[in-house]
Design a protein around this ligand. Structure first.
Ligand code: CA
Length: 508
């Protein structure tokens, strides 16, 4: 009698534990910036479903990434550690999946875990009960995806359709069919969009055709106010977008039927441009490129937003919404023409900042906003804390739970360390690291094209929010500069960065 009562108690406890512990749905995109998310900036498009998360939850204004590039950002999220410690410093590295990661800890703590969509860490996902991921970068149409076969070994399956929709549908199918109702779950739904080369879905090929998208103030930046690094990049709309990017050529991996739909949309638009081009000034051509590029980018975001709506609707229909934390974020920000650029990589504001929206009914005040400095470095810790699990001491970020509940701890970080390593590499952006407190930003651009450099930039973001004029070395900023230099040295020590790490060597 006593024994069976104990068993009953055990079942009751484990049942209520499962019922109480919140589920986590992490929706993640690739290269989506705050400038194309209407809860942050409504000048270019509306994203009603992302905005729904913001309206029902919290919007973070200053979510900074530690290293503004795809693979490294994902490795930081898996581990809660900076690139130099998790070993994935630049795209092309291979993630060491044998190390401690948050999905493994969630799994051990009783969570069912799944990752669907873009993975981009080269090695097979570990710590997931289910994975179904794009191979490498993945195409916009008809993606091959990698999943565990019947014997547990990875197998490649070919899919037909638009990749964003396929990823959304797979996430929905997993929620509907594969989820274990007796366990809390953590689902990562990770899109390829709106990564280059911005191929819109069939539904949006002509969306925004009759609209002129506002140009950023710094579209015509001449880089004269900074070190030469900014002028030596190869990511400018003027000279570095190719015919594929501009949809003047190429179909990617589309099939014949998809090409037909594509041609019907882009054919007449391209014909009109090619006819007018001989009589256009260089400035007019740049303006045309900007419109073409930005519209395609926004079109890609639109399909992601639709998918988010479907997932939010399903969570409500299934009665899961109240006990599920929904997080929306991207691996880093992006230049929508600011400084004349596309792409990311720099510590300048547009790529340093990434969107972060969190909805958690009953816990997070609807429509709330947070100005504290938070980071993708904090995501792993936050997920573990949400699940009621311990955060390992060697993780370098901090749980956002108190901020989500409306109070920023007194000892919350007020400065942030950044480090980008991928040079030599695509777009020729100098290796650099730096520190910001939100008001000032100090950057050390220390290597470019295999050559060591010792270039420094300092910005006063209040006086110069567009970061056009470095004030490094100016007498009136002497004290600020010294303070930021000291803080940079302190943070490098706190995060265990060595001079060897600057060279991007893997510690393993
Ligand atoms: Ca990215």
């Amino acid at each position: 009698m006593k024994y069976s009562a104990l068993i009953l108690l055990f079942f009751f406890c484990s049942f209520s534990l499962a019922a109480e512990r919140p589920n986590i749905v992490f929706i993640f995109t690739d290269d989506h910036c705050q400038q194309a998310l209407s809860a942050y900036d409504a000048r270019r498009m509306t994203t009603p479903n992302m905005d729904r998360i913001a309206k029902q939850g919290m919007l973070f204004h200053r979510c900074y990434v530690t290293n503004a590039i795809c693979g490294p950002s994902r490795a930081v999220i898996q581990t809660g550690k900076y690139s130099h410690l998790n070993g994935f410093v630049r795209n092309g590295n291979r993630f060491d999946g044998s190390q401690q990661t948050f999905p493994k800890l969630l799994q051990a703590g009783g969570y069912q875990t799944a990752v669907i969509g873009k993975w981009h860490l080269e090695s097979t996902p570990q710590g997931y009960d289910y994975y179904d991921v794009l191979k490498g970068q993945g195409p916009y149409y008809n993606p091959p995806m990698l999943t565990a076969g019947p014997d547990g070994e990875p197998v490649t399956r070919q899919h037909t359709g638009y990749t964003t929709d396929i990823i959304t549908n797979k996430a929905l199918t997993w929620l509907k069919q594969a989820r274990d109702a007796n366990q809390p779950f953590m689902l990562m739904c990770q899109h390829k969009a709106p990564h280059r080369n911005w191929m819109p879905g069939p539904k949006y090929l002509n969306w925004l055709d009759d609209v002129e998208i506002a140009e950023p103030e710094t579209l015509w930046d001449d880089y004269s106010g900074r070190t030469s690094a900014a002028s030596l990049q190869t990511m400018s709309i003027r000279k570095d977008l190719n015919e594929n990017d501009l949809k003047l050529k190429g179909y990617g991996t589309m099939n014949a039927e998809q090409r037909k739909v594509w041609d019907a949309a882009y054919g007449p638009k391209n014909e009109a441009f090619l006819k007018a081009m001989p009589n256009m000034t260089e400035e007019e051509v740049v303006r045309w490129k900007y419109q073409r590029y930005v519209k395609d980018y926004l079109r890609c975001v639109k399909s992601v937003d639709d998918g988010i709506g479907e997932i939010l609707d399903y969570l409500e229909e299934a009665g899961l919404a109240d006990n599920t934390v929904v997080i929306y974020s991207s691996d880093q920000g992006w230049y929508l023409g600011e400084h004349g650029w596309f792409d990311k990589r720099w510590m300048y504001e547009e790529s340093l900042k990434t969107p972060l929206l969190v909805r958690w009914p009953g816990k997070v005040q609807p429509g709330s906003e947070c100005d504290a400095i938070v980071s993708n470095l904090d995501f792993a810790e936050t997920f573990l804390d949400i699940a009621g699990l311990d955060v390992p001491d060697d993780m370098q970020g901090r749980s956002l739970l108190p901020l989500l509940q409306g109070s920023t701890p007194e000892d919350w970080r007020t400065t942030f360390y950044y480090h980008y390593y991928e040079n030599p590499g695509a777009h020729n952006v100098a290796r650099h690291y730096g520190v910001t407190d939100g008001r000032y930003k100090l950057m050390h651009l220390y290597a470019l094209g295999g050559e060591r450099r010792n270039d420094w930039e300092l910005f006063d973001l209040q006086q110069d929010p567009n970061e056009l004029q470095s004030v490094y070395g100016q007498p009136e900023y002497q004290q600020i500069q010294a303070k930021m230099e000291a803080e940079l040295a302190r943070l490098r020590e706190v995060y265990q960065v060595t001079a060897d790490d600057d060279l991007g060597r893997n510690r393993s």
